[in-house]
Design a protein around this ligand. Structure first.
Ligand SMILES: *[C@@H]1O[C@H](CO)[C@@H](O)[C@H](O)[C@H]1NC(C)=O
Length: 196
């Protein structure tokens, strides 16, 4: 079952609003404060020694090589999920904004996906590594230099304001569809700024 919920992308209209997440911490690979039991952070899943992150006001300049060390198998299925949470009166509350996909690998480099726009289009050796996805330790994802601004576009409904975080989770499932314990969880915290 492949489902993609892009709740962010409403129909474009004059009422739609764009937001940008102004990062609280330039380390976009912060561990989750409340991740799934057994989950690991991005630095435990990917060697970033040859990957450069430079923070300049609201833009991150990214480049270099990321080598996978995530201990999963080439035959695994990877499920991906991104949730937006809002910090309210001392607790993180869910919002209606989320993206999830039960089989990420076949669409890791699909031009219509959100992550392609923000990340995977800049993997310069994607033709070599596309089949490996994130499932083969030792795979090197080479990135051409790119800039990242975390925008959430075409939002309808009540105005979002204040402190938010994006929680990104990747789960691997073995051939019997049993989840592996070492899921990846990353969170990006910041203040949402209304752009228009
Ligand atoms: C990334 O890997 C490629 C291929 O091994 C190499 O040519 C290049 O110098 C590496 N770049 C960095 C920043 O380590």
């Amino acid at each position: 079952m492949r489902t993609l919920m892009l709740l962010f992308f409403g129909v474009t209209s004059s009422w739609a609003v764009d937001y940008e997440l102004m990062l609280e911490d330039p380390d976009i690979f912060a561990p989750c404060t409340d991740g799934p039991p057994g989950s690991i952070n991005a630095r435990q899943a990917v060697n970033l020694d040859d990957f450069v992150i430079e923070h300049e006001s609201d833009i991150l300049h990214l480049s270099g090589n990321a080598t996978l060390i995530w201990d999963v198998r080439p035959t695994d299925r990877i499920a991906a999920r991104v949730d937006l949470l809002h910090f309210n009166r001392g607790t993180w509350e869910p919002t209606i904004f989320s993206i999830s996909n039960q089989d990420f690998c076949p669409i890791m480099y699909d031009k219509n996906q959100y992550w392609y726009k923000y990340w995977t289009q800049y993997v310069s050796n994607q033709h070599e590594v596309a089949k490996k996805c994130l499932r083969e330790p030792g795979t090197v994802l080479e990135h051409e230099p790119f800039d990242l601004r975390l925008k959430i576009e075409n939002v309808h409904g009540p105005t979002l304001r204040g402190r938010h975080k994006m929680v990104i989770k990747l789960h691997a499932f073995d051939e019997k569809n049993i989840p592996r314990p070492n899921s990846i969880c990353v969170e990006i915290r910041g203040e949402l700024l209304k752009l228009k």
